[in-house]
Design a protein around this ligand. Sequence first.
Ligand SMILES: Nc1ncnc2c1ncn2[C@@H]1O[C@H](COP(=O)(O)OP(=O)(O)OP(=O)(O)O)[C@@H](O)[C@H]1O
Length: 360
Amino acid sequence: MYIKELSLTDFRNYGDLDIKLDKGINIFKGDNAQGKTNILEAIYLCATARSHRTHKEKEIIKWGTEAAHVRIRLQKNYVEDIIDFHLNQNTKAVAINKLPIAKLGELFGCLNIVMFSPEDLQLIKNSPKERRRFIDIELCQIDKMYYYALRQYHKVLKQRNLTLKQYYMTKDTSMIDIWDIQLEQYALDVIDKREKFIEELNKIANKIHFDISGGKESLEVIYEPNVSATDYSNKMLKYREKDILYQNTSIGPHRDDLKFMINGMDVKMYGSQGQQRTVVLSMKLAELNIMKQHIGENPVLLLDDVLSELDDHRQVYLFKYTKNIQTFITCTGIEQSVWNTQKIGKLYYVKEGKVISKDF
Ligand SMILES: Nc1ncnc2c1ncn2[C@@H]1O[C@H](COP(=O)(O)OP(=O)(O)OP(=O)(O)O)[C@@H](O)[C@H]1O
């Protein structure tokens, strides 16, 4: 799939923007704080209904205006889709082909993206939350049932935690029992789907990593569920007293993690910075590959200021695996390796929320 056209209205530092995009590589070049990442954020919003960098979505509305709007015209294998994302002070609304969707989850799978930014390079060192986010963003895009299970899981979890907080007044466990029955069904679904996904990811990331490391390193991606599906109900009962005491649910997939091993060594503890970066690159490329297999066409790749963080060798691999994929690159300067090895489709100069394009 590829994005043919992007229009922004009162989005971040853009008033009105309407740009046509290339099927191949689109580069957005400009100094810091000019609006390059804002473009990728708009695309990300149309894929996930969320911003990749803020939970306070009202921040995206251009200062001094009332509402922000993004429109994407998307070409898929056989059809053209239009995605409209609208945000005002009170509501967020999405329409696909001019028909408003009732639930934001319906958007998942319409535009598939993989984003790679310098923060991702910290994936291994960062908190488990970031690693869960990595799994969730990918899985939600390829499996709508996962999205619903995860959403329901978090909704019920919130209710259970609220009930735990009220326990000291009510001394009633019947409500906790009710939440536990519901929670179990969603938890097991989430664990099962994560398990299968990591198994697939592991196989592909291993091959890619082996290739990038010149056959020297064997990567293993290990799913570390906080609790296995078979132990789930027993552990929930066992930890209930503790949960009541701490007023929080201590067991479940909201505490899952991932572990990375190279030739049997824990990368988080012992890996060099270079090894950690290569693992993340392998993971991202595996992510692209899995998405392609599941949706039957290439997703769109967003590279936010990440090229300058990758050495020539890693850049070569990145581009080797992303041929024929529509790619958006933001940068302050263009790496020589890109000029030398890549056919650039369009180059955009970004300055103070204005964009000037140059065709190749
Ligand atoms: N709601 C908003 N209204 C108007 N301008 C905004 C809003 N939110 C952010 N900006 C402006 O957008 C600019 C930042 O844009 P962006 O994050 O895309 O920068 P960038 O070009 O990617 O920079 P860098 O290279 O530093 O990452 C800043 O000038 C900021 O003041």
